[in-house]
Design a protein around this ligand. Structure first.
Ligand code: SF4
Length: 384
């Protein structure tokens, strides 16, 4: 789903609902896009043409398909992950007795939240009194949870406004996240009444606050993609805490946990501040005690292929000029595609136990299991 250029973009709704002040604070920062966003858009396009070809029972549009395959961000893996997305939707469709109503890549008017707000729903399926809203997520870093997910609720509300009463009276909405690169296929069902209540009591008031000049700023997980970070006081205060000391000589476990939580983001914050200061200093602004100089750089070839041709011509053998290095496991998987990789090489892959790592207790992974001598003994017994 997308809603890129809207002032209150649905994709940023977790941020502007929790920190309405971020909208005004970030309005002078230019819009940027990342390579991950471009890769996600390409995967969505591939998913869309596959879904449409199945929906209308016709061949995939060869021209569009070729365009996608020619893109430098395309990989064999993208085929597998988009197949998984299409198969998930087919499973929903096949669970009904009769063919449901389906819409792919539907533009949604979300101006009931704020002027000029819009978005695109990846796939909507309407059957009887239940509306299914399917969102294809191509990210592989943060697992997306559909439960009370504000972006999903906003799209569900947009779809409700469009379709409720048109064919059926909708009573419930099921929101699905298909995030194949995280093995995350999850869903959450909510009643229409609850959704409308969230719109009136949370989403709309927060949207109004975000568009006003007195929006509150509040630090949280949602800061991660906020462009206002370098100038935001609420964000900076997280790194300037007045730690209370229980015992003047020894830190308690609670105090250690507090310091870990605060200091964890320090490197990222420092990088953000420095990047901002360099950009502004180059525009002529001053940061007392600092100046911008030319950083260190390494020599590089202007034309490596030509240089190596000359070296070979001068008698330096190809084998001494080039190293042959095997591809890493993830690169082999991307090159072959997940399915082929699993079939061909799956037996040669093992995942060793990871090192004990300290994470916040909201992390979904199970607690680390300590292997004792007794466990080793049991393993031996089992082998005998
Ligand atoms: S950095 Fe965080 S606290 Fe500051 S405006 Fe952005 S979202 Fe709000």
């Amino acid at each position: 789903m997308s809603g890129a250029h809207a002032k209150l973009a649905p994709s940023a709704s977790e941020r502007w609902i929790n920190c309405p002040g971020s909208v005004k604070l970030s309005e002078n920062f230019p819009d940027t896009t990342s390579i991950y966003a471009k890769e996600g858009s390409l995967a969505h396009k591939l998913g869309e043409i596959k879904l449409k070809s199945r929906q209308f029972n016709k061949e995939i549009d060869a021209k569009e398909y070729q365009k996608i395959q020619d893109n430098e961000l395309y990989s064999a893996d993208m085929e597998d992950f988009t197949d998984e997305y299409v198969e998930y939707i087919e499973a929903i469709i096949n669970s009904f007795d009769i063919n449901p109503f389906i819409e792919i890549e539907t533009n949604l008017d979300l101006s009931f939240i704020a002027p000029n707000t819009f978005g695109t729903a990846d796939c909507l399926i309407l059957d009887g009194d239940t509306l299914h809203v399917v969102d294809f997520k191509y990210g592989k870093n943060v697992e997306v949870d559909p439960t009370e997910n504000p972006q999903m609720m906003i799209y569900a509300l947009g779809a409700l406004k469009m379709y409720d009463g048109l064919i059926f009276d909708i009573k419930n909405v099921t929101m699905h996240i298909v995030q194949p690169r995280k093995n995350n296929l999850s869903s959450w069902t909510v009643s229409k009444a609850e959704l409308l209540n969230t719109l009136e009591t949370v989403i709309k008031p927060k949207a109004d606050e975000a568009l006003s000049d007195h929006g509150e700023t509040k630090y949280g997980d949602w800061c991660i993609f906020c462009k206002a970070k370098p100038i935001c006081r609420a964000y900076s205060e997280r790194f300037n805490p007045q730690f209370k000391v229980d015992n003047p000589k020894e830190l308690s476990n609670k105090e250690i946990a507090e310091r870990i939580s605060v200091l964890e983001g320090m490197n990222g914050y420092l990088k953000t501040l420095k990047e901002y200061a360099v950009e502004k200093a180059l525009e002529g602004e001053e940061f007392p005690g600092y100046k911008v100089v030319e950083g260190r750089s390494a020599r590089k070839w202007t034309d490596q292929a030509k240089a190596f041709d000359i070296a070979e011509g001068a008698g330096f053998d190809h084998s001494v000029l080039y190293e042959q290095v095997p591809l890493t496991l993830p690169k082999v998987e991307t090159m072959m595609g997940k399915k082929t990789f699993d079939e061909l090489l799956g037996d040669f892959v093992e995942k060793p136990k990871g090192k004990p790592t300290l994470v916040e207790d909201k992390d979904k992974r199970d607690n680390y299991q300590i292997q004792t001598v007794w466990d080793d003994f049991k393993d031996l017994e089992a082998e005998e």
